[in-house]
Design a protein around this ligand. Structure first.
Ligand code: MG
Length: 303
């Protein structure tokens, strides 16, 4: 049950997806991806019945239900509500041509930080689905090494890579992990948005949007039209694609770094890493860690 005001907003929102109502009792009907919407003219105590049908029905209904409970124009908070509404994952927005970004290496003592933004058009969706693209944490390294070469032949992406010596330097200059990530995401997204200005932009949220933008206050150019989503890699194909490309680059990079030192660097920041770090320092000296590890990590204190 939705208010008249929500009904109007809803009709506006579905715009081109509105279809011919099948009965005179229907205010409007719409057909979106995975859901059909039927809004009825009849009202009971100011509320209209709206029917959602299809695989995405409950999801879509929840989004509107939430909007209906947000402030109205009278109390001047509508803009805020609409801004929030835009941040909601909606099936409709989900299937627009989209750019998504994600990062890797931030929890690993050894190795660089890599941020990737990927552009996924509607036409790329079947290929990516077929390859099984999903949150990179759900995929084995072997699977990622297998599918990403096929993905990057088709999908446009932008990648930034921060090697360890540079990372350690910017940390000494007063950056923290979040400000580094914010600057890298911003740059990647700007690069890709310039090539695909029509795409909607998603980011796997790692900081509150206000905090994210505060990290960027000294940047020359900042992309502001971003839909932030925590767990974005499991909600949006573009973020999932960015996450697998980033993971792939990280794995390949660690392989090369290993070859350079004739070893295999362990990932993560656990006990195995501590043990390996001690051996590495014995062999190559403490200073060499600056080139292969994030020296502000707690692992350093155990050396
Ligand atoms: Mg992430």
């Amino acid at each position: 049950m939705l208010t008249e005001e929500s009904l109007t907003r809803m009709a506006d929102f579905y715009g081109e997806q509105l279809v011919e109502p099948s009965s005179p009792y229907i205010a409007f009907a719409a057909k979106a991806d995975g859901v059909t919407i039927t809004a009825y003219k009849k009202e009971t105590k100011g509320l209209h019945k709206v029917l959602f049908q299809g695989p995405s029905a409950s999801y879509e209904a929840k989004v509107w239900d939430k909007l209906d409970k947000t402030p109205t124009r009278q109390d001047g908070l509508l803009e805020k509500a609409e801004e929030e509404f835009l941040r909601q994952p909606k099936t409709l927005l989900k299937w627009r041509d989209q750019i998504g970004s994600d990062e890797v290496g931030t929890g690993d003592f050894f190795g660089p930080i890599i941020v990737v933004a990927a552009y996924v058009s509607m036409g790329d969706t079947p290929l990516l689905k077929n390859l099984g693209v999903t949150d990179s944490k759900m995929l084995s390294d072997d699977k990622i090494l297998d599918i990403v070469p096929q993905i990057i032949k088709t999908v446009d992406y932008s990648q930034l890579y921060l090697p360890n010596d540079k990372y350690n330097q910017v940390i000494r200059q007063g950056n923290n992990m979040n400000s580094i990530k914010a600057k890298m995401h911003n740059r990647c997204l700007l690069n890709l948005k310039a090539r695909h200005p029509e795409a909607i932009v998603y980011q796997d949220q790692f900081a509150e949007p206000s905090l994210y933008f505060s990290y960027l206050k000294n940047e020359k150019e900042v992309l502001r039209e971003i839909h932030f989503e925590t767990k974005g890699e499991s909600k949006f194909l573009s973020v999932a694609t960015a996450s697998v490309i980033a993971r792939y680059s990280f794995l390949r990079h660690m392989e090369l770094l290993g070859e350079q030192y004739r070893t295999h660097f362990p990932l993560g920041a656990g006990n195995l890493v501590d043990e390996f770090a001690r051996e590495f320092v014995d062999e190559h000296g403490m200073d060499e860690l600056n080139n292969v590890a994030k020296t502000n990590f707690a692992n350093m204190r155990k050396l």
